[in-house]
Structure formats: structure tokens, C-alpha cells
Ligand binder design. Structure first.
Ligand SMILES: [Zn+2]
Length: 228
């Protein structure tokens, strides 16, 4: 591990300042100060229905839930950035618990059989060291009690990072065929929650969802920390 990455990791094992505004944290605060935390405005039901319809129609996914909108000033956006690009893996479970609490408050989660975190390609996994969606899913699972299934589907093809592809069309062709179901016996008739860190155009989750539907999944739900 290169020295600078090790140094960054050490700095962030237990950061004692707010990641977003850099204020010193009180003893009982982690990652974000209360000011930044309370300023995050949750999406309301109508906004979520719009998000769902725009990205998945009403057929592919039954419901989608994202905690906040992807905005420059969002503290959760800062946290997802630290999680994905700065090695702050502990932020995953923290964000996942927030997502889990929102889910429990806003929908009946008892019908969901398991959570599938959007898989990373193994090369990407080696590069980053962890799958951020899996860490978020672990937080969701801790709060909701819904188990995680990491073995049902895998990322079969290495794809360029979605942020590097420009248009909606490019994003879609970039991700097409990227996922393969491994065990369709575990998918048939199941209600599945697909978890990702950020939902942008929705093409990644649409691709995962299409594969799951083709393998006989029943109801599909999508959840993320941010929606762009
Ligand atoms: Zn703050």
C-alpha cells in the first residue's frame, strides 16, 4: 500500500472533525456535526415517485428510496465522496444505518427477502479494497434485519466509471450486459432490495434489475444514499 494512502487511512480511522464543515466533533458525534446532519433535507414522497418513474417506469421497480438529492452542498455527498475515493470505509455502515432507518420509517420492509448490493468487478474491488455498496447494505441490514445476498449476481464485465461517461445513451451502453446472475434458484419469486451509493440515470440498477427479473424475481426495490 503506497505511503500516502496508508497515511490518509490513518487520518480517517476515527476522524474527530466534521467531514463537511471541518468543525471539531463533540464526543458523541461521528463523521458529521449536528448542524450538517440536521441541514440534510430528505426527499418527500412525491419527489421519490418522480425519481422512480423517470428512472424505472413503474414496472421494473416497485419503489425506490434515496435519502437526499445529489447537491454540491450536501453533507451526505461529501461522505459518499470520502467513502468512495478517500478510503473512509467506516462511512459506509454509518450511511447505511441512516438509509435503513429511513426505509423502516417510510415503507413496509417485512416483505423483502434480501438485499443485493450492486456488485463491483473484482478488479475494481482490488483497486478500492472494498465494495462501498456492500458496506452501505450492511448498515441497512443491521437496522432492518434483512439479510444480504452477495452471491446471486456478479459483475461480469469491467466498465468505465459511470462519471466518466458523458451522455445518457453512453451510460446505458457502457453498463449493458455488465451483470450476470450466478444462482437463479435464489432469485425466483423473491422480493429484493437493490442498494447502491448513488443513483444517477438509474442505468446501473436498471441493468441489475433486468437480470433479476429475467431470473424470475418478484418485487424489486432500489435504494441509495443520493439521487442525482
Ligand atoms: Zn459540520
Amino acid at each position: 500500500m503506497p505511503g500516502n494512502i496508508a497515511g490518509e487511512l490513518m487520518d480517517f480511522v476515527v476522524p474527530r472533525f466534521c467531514l463537511h464543515c471541518e468543525e471539531h466533533l463533540a464526543v458523541n458525534q461521528y463523521f458529521l456535526c449536528n448542524n450538517c446532519l440536521l441541514r440534510e433535507t430528505r426527499l418527500d414522497t412525491l419527489q421519490l415517485i418522480d425519481c422512480l418513474y423517470e428512472r424505472f417506469g413503474f414496472e421494473l421497480a416497485t419503489w425506490m428510496f434515496s435519502v437526499v438529492k445529489f447537491e454540491e452542498w450536501s453533507a451526505f455527498r461529501t461522505m459518499v465522496h470520502f467513502l468512495k475515493y478517500k478510503g473512509l470505509f467506516k462511512a459506509g455502515e454509518y450511511l447505511g444505518k441512516i438509509l435503513g432507518n429511513e426505509l423502516v420509517a417510510r415503507m413496509d420492509t417485512s416483505e423483502i427477502d434480501y438485499i443485493i448490493p450492486v456488485p463491483l468487478h473484482r478488479l475494481k474491488l482490488i483497486e478500492r479494497g472494498y465494495n462501498q455498496s456492500l458496506l452501505i447494505a450492511k448498515g441497512v441490514s443491521l437496522v432492518t434485519g434483512i439479510p444480504i445476498n452477495q452471491k446471486a449476481i456478479k459483475r461480469a464485465r469491467y466498465t468505465a466509471a459511470q462519471v466518466e461517461t458523458e451522455t445518457k445513451h453512453e451510460r446505458h451502453s457502457n453498463i449493458k450486459g455488465a451483470f450476470k446472475v450466478i444462482d437463479s434458484g435464489k432469485i425466483e419469486g423473491k422480493n429484493i432490495l437493490i442498494v447502491d451509493d448513488v443513483i444517477t440515470t438509474g442505468s446501473t440498477i436498471r441493468e441489475v434489475a433486468t437480470e433479476l427479473k429475467n431470473s424470475g424475481a418478484n418485487e424489486l426495490y432500489a435504494a441509495s444514499i443520493l439521487v442525482a
